[in-house]
Every structure is written in structure tokens, then in C-alpha cells.
Write a protein that binds this ligand. Structure first.
Ligand code: HEM
Length: 386
């Protein structure tokens, strides 16, 4: 077998002169990684693996899904009840979307805390923020595809807010949904965005992101204005080469990530909802959990202001490496950046929780509360029956 491999390699090398490329790749993979790199640094590799699985399950779903208002819901029923393992592939894809967005947010927080966005990794950060925007775009466009009541009305709620964008609002909403109301043309648009435009963008941006990560290596904890330590210096401080040490850690984390995904899909398969009915508005319709903070924000501030806050927030995130110019990377030397990060995370979390609770009735410690549209609780009757 080894002989065949060597002969094949020689055949390719004689034609394409691959030897220098293979040597450079090997040198890169043997680079020593800074000693502070722990299990949290496996989040990126786990994300990449889950995204690959997501593309795989998405391609399988496409073999059965029909992107028209008349057939979409029926094709989901057929896939879930009749196609062998169709329910499992669908559930893997649905749970995959939640895990991917969750891991991307954790990865962002981790990079922020370790100052990984500072010079010379500004472009790695920018490509990461754009990747996050694409992931949210996948979430928004994919939510509508089952064409059930929740999918339909959540899309109505989210796209209605586009109406409030100053000056271009009504035009923007029509551009998004391709008609006056969410209907067949909307499904066609969202499908094309979900299965063609976003995957193309994802492929390009992920290639760039991973190339930059390998090219620049993981950032050391020292100041960004000091020269980066070379492999020998890192080895003396207790660092290990990426191959095999960190690669094995990455593979172990990927294994756990895929295991969690399969377990979730097996234990909680995706339900099939009621078919979309534009004439019947169900109560308490909400977008996916990661859109809850901007959705809830719109209830507290005038819509024209509320719709501008999320894009502005993204712009600030994109420009972060150029706004925060302090060379310090260690979280202990960046108390103001840490405080700002905690404040933003707390606001997003609070809005998310209020959004989740709003318009529901819950029994907490034996007392029943009704949470109004703003998420404020009011006493809804005495103690619940035990
Ligand atoms: C599709 C999603 C993404 C994938 C597949 C991905 C993949 C990776 C991988 C494999 C690493 C190296 C190991 C690690 O630090 O975990 C990394 C590092 C990095 N990522 Fe991501 N990432 C993604 C999204 C993001 C996002 C949303 C951001 C931030 C907005 C980001 C910013 C960075 C930065 C700045 C580094 C360098 C960190 C350092 O050198 O200390 N990435 N990414």
C-alpha cells in the first residue's frame, strides 16, 4: 500500500511540483502553539466540523424538499414520516443550527477575552464577524422553509420590522419578501439565499478565516506591540507543536461535538408543525432564541430606532480591532474592555430572557405569573394546585 502511495505521490509531484508546498504545509502544522492554549481553543475546530456536517445534512434534505408554498409542508411531512431516517437527518440539521450559532457566540467571547482580535489578527476577526452574520442569515432564511404556522408567522414578525427602517423601509421589506405579504415568492427567495448564496459566502469566508488562523498562528498572551515569540521560545515556555498534540485535542472535541449533536437529534426529534395559514394568527409567535434580543428591544424603543441598533452593533463589532487600539492582550490588563464585554453580554442575555418569557404564563415556586408583552410579570391567580 505504501509503495502505491509513494508512486502516486511521485507521479503527481513530477507534474505539479508539489514537494515545496507539502514541505511548507508540514512546517506550518509543526509550529509550536503558545502554552496558554487550552480546551477552549478547540471551539473553532468543533464549529468547522459541525458546519461540514450541516452542509452534508442540508444536501440530503434538498433531495426531498420542495420550495413552493403548495408543496413545502407536505415534503417535510413526507421526509419526516416516510423517508427512511428522514426524521433523523432533519433533526440533525435543526439541532446543528442551534449548536453552531451557540458555539460561534462562545468562540467570539473567547477570542474577545483573550484579545485574539489585536494586531496582526484584525482580518481574522473581521472575517469571523462576517461569518457570524452569515450564520444568522442561515437561521433566518432556514426558519421559513418548513412552511408551518410558527415558521410563517415568525417570518412575518421579523420581516415586518424592516418596514420601520427610515426612508427605505417599505422598499426593503418588499425586497426581502418579494411580494406585499410573506407568500410563495418569499419562500423562493429564502430558499435560494439559504442553499446557494449563503453557502457560497460561507465557503469563501471560512477558507479565508482558517487560512489566516494557520498563517498567523494562535496569538500569544503577550502585548500586541512586542515581537511574537518564535517556536523555540514557545517550546521553552512549555508550548507543544500543533501536530500531533493540539490536533488530537481538536479531534477529541469534534468527536464530543458530533456526539452531542446526534444525542440531541435522537432524543428530541424536530416536530412537524401545522401547515402555514396566512388567515389564522397563532398566539405568542417568537423568532429563534438568537433573534430574541433584537426582537424584544423593538418593544421598548421606537421601531425606527430599534431596527437601526442591531446593524450598528454589528458594525461596532466589525470595527472592534480598529477602535480598541491598546496593545494589551491579557484580560487582567484590560479591565475596561472586560467590563464593557460583561455589560453588553448581560444586556443581550436580559433581553433574551425577557423575550423568552414575554406573553407566557408560568408557575414559579408554586405561584402563577403572567408575563406581558414587555416580559414584566403580574400575579395571575393564587398558588397553583400542587
Ligand atoms: C463559522 C464560524 C467559525 C469557524 C469555523 C472558526 C474557526 C476558527 C479556528 C479553527 C480557530 C483557531 C482555534 C481557536 O482559536 O478556536 C479560530 C480562531 C479565531 N477566530 Fe474563528 N471561527 C469562526 C467564527 C469566528 C467568529 C464569529 C469570530 C469573531 C467575531 C472569530 C474570530 C477568530 C479570531 C480572531 C481567531 C484567532 C484567535 C487567536 O489567534 O487567538 N471566528 N477560528
Amino acid at each position: 500500500m505504501k509503495g502505491v502511495q509513494r508512486a502516486l505521490w511521485q507521479w503527481l509531484d513530477q507534474r505539479l511540483h508539489l514537494e515545496p508546498l507539502a514541505e511548507a504545509l508540514w512546517q506550518n502544522l509543526r509550529k509550536v502553539v503558545p502554552p496558554h492554549v487550552n480546551w477552549l481553543f478547540t471551539l473553532g475546530a468543533t464549529l468547522a466540523a459541525l458546519l461540514a456536517a450541516q452542509v452534508g445534512t442540508g444536501v440530503l434534505l434538498m433531495a426531498y424538499y420542495k420550495p413552493s408554498a403548495a408543496q413545502a409542508h407536505h415534503s417535510i411531512e413526507h421526509l419526516s414520516y416516510e423517508v427512511p431516517l428522514g426524521w433523523f437527518i432533519r433533526s440533525l440539521h435543526a439541532w446543528g443550527s442551534h449548536l453552531i450559532v451557540g458555539l460561534a457566540l462562545l468562540h467570539l467571547i473567547h477570542v474577545y477575552v483573550y484579545g485574539g482580535y489585536k494586531k496582526p489578527r484584525e482580518l481574522t476577526w473581521v472575517s469571523g464577524v462576517l461569518l457570524l452574520a452569515l450564520l444568522l442569515g442561515f437561521g433566518l432564511s432556514g426558519y421559513l422553509l418548513p412552511w408551518d404556522q410558527v415558521a410563517y408567522w415568525a417570518t412575518v414578525v421579523v420581516t415586518q420590522s424592516a418596514d420601520s427602517v427610515p426612508l427605505a423601509g417599505p422598499w426593503l421589506r418588499r425586497f426581502l419578501i418579494g411580494a406585499d405579504e410573506v407568500s410563495d415568492p418569499t419562500l423562493g427567495r429564502f430558499f435560494v439565499v439559504h442553499v446557494i448564496l449563503l453557502p457560497l459566502g460561507l465557503l469563501g469566508l471560512m477558507g479565508l478565516h482558517l487560512l489566516l488562523v494557520r498563517w498567523l498562528g494562535i496569538s500569544p498572551l503577550g502585548r500586541a506591540d512586542e515581537p511574537a515569540p518564535d517556536s523555540e521560545a514557545l517550546r521553552q515556555r512549555g508550548g507543544h507543536p500543533f501536530v500531533p498534540y493540539h490536533l488530537l485535542k481538536d479531534l477529541a472535541a469534534v468527536w464530543v461535538g458530533l456526539g452531542v449533536l446526534c444525542t440531541l437529534a435522537l432524543l428530541w426529534p424536530s416536530p412537524v408543525g401545522e401547515p402555514a395559514d396566512p388567515l389564522v394568527t397563532p398566539l405568542g409567535i417568537k423568532p429563534d432564541w438568537y433573534f430574541l434580543p433584537p426582537y424584544q428591544l423593538l418593544k421598548y424603543v421606537p421601531e425606527a430606532v430599534g431596527v437601526l441598533i442591531p446593524p450598528l452593533f454589528f458594525l461596532l463589532l466589525l470595527l472592534l480591532p480598529f477602535l480598541d487600539r491598546s496593545p494589551e492582550r491579557h484580560p487582567r490588563g484590560r479591565s475596561r474592555a472586560m467590563a464593557a464585554g460583561v455589560l453588553v453580554a448581560a444586556c443581550l442575555l436580559l433581553l433574551g430572557v425577557l423575550g423568552h418569557l414575554s406573553e407566557t404564563t408560568r408557575t414559579i415556586l408554586g405561584i402563577t405569573y403572567h408575563f406581558d408583552i414587555l416580559g414584566w410579570p403580574s400575579h395571575a391567580g393564587g398558588k397553583a394546585a400542587p
